[in-house]
Ligand binder design. Structure first.
Ligand code: THU
Length: 139
């Protein structure tokens, strides 16, 4: 799914999954409720929500929650074809830097990533969000 048009029905569908997932956010500290939805190459959609912790630093973002769920459910060969991130706070929420690096492990570089930005919904290829991702190229 290499399109980056925010109106693309498949992306809007993924965004709806992300919004639904945000309903399950555990965010008593920030009250910032985030959901993420990953479309896998198998066609499966896997969602996640942010899960906060009283120690703050152990908080798990919605994107990483979705990613570890996807691997646990479907195994280490998954490839992510598209991502949508939503929040229920009517605020911008592009994936944080840590989540970008973690997604880089399993995502196609051209995969569209849909998120809300200050100027509204944005969609861009993953490689534009994280150019030059760290990669040891040992393979
Ligand atoms: N958060 C995410 O879920 N995804 C991101 O990419 C950035 C931030 C969460 C973490 C925390 O629970 C809340 O948003 C406020 O930072």
């Amino acid at each position: 799914m290499a399109v980056t048009n925010v109106q693309e029905p498949a992306l809007q569908h993924l965004l709806e999954h992300a919004r639904q997932a945000a309903q399950n956010s555990y965010s008593p500290y920030s009250h910032f409720r985030v959901g993420a939805a990953l479309k896998l190459n198998s066609g499966e959609v896997v969602t996640g929500a942010n899960v906060e912790n009283v120690s703050y630093g152990l908080t798990i973002c919605a994107e990483r929650c979705a990613l570890v769920r996807a691997v646990a459910l479907f195994g280490p060969d998954i490839r992510i074809q598209a991502v949508a991130v939503a929040n229920l706070n009517d605020a911008p929420s592009p994936p944080c830097g840590a989540c970008r690096q973690v997604l880089a492990e399993f995502i196609e570089p051209e995969a569209p990533v849909l998120f809300s930005a200050a100027d509204g919904l944005r969609c861009m290829p993953f490689s534009d969000l994280l150019p030059l991702a760290f990669d040891m190229k040992l393979k």
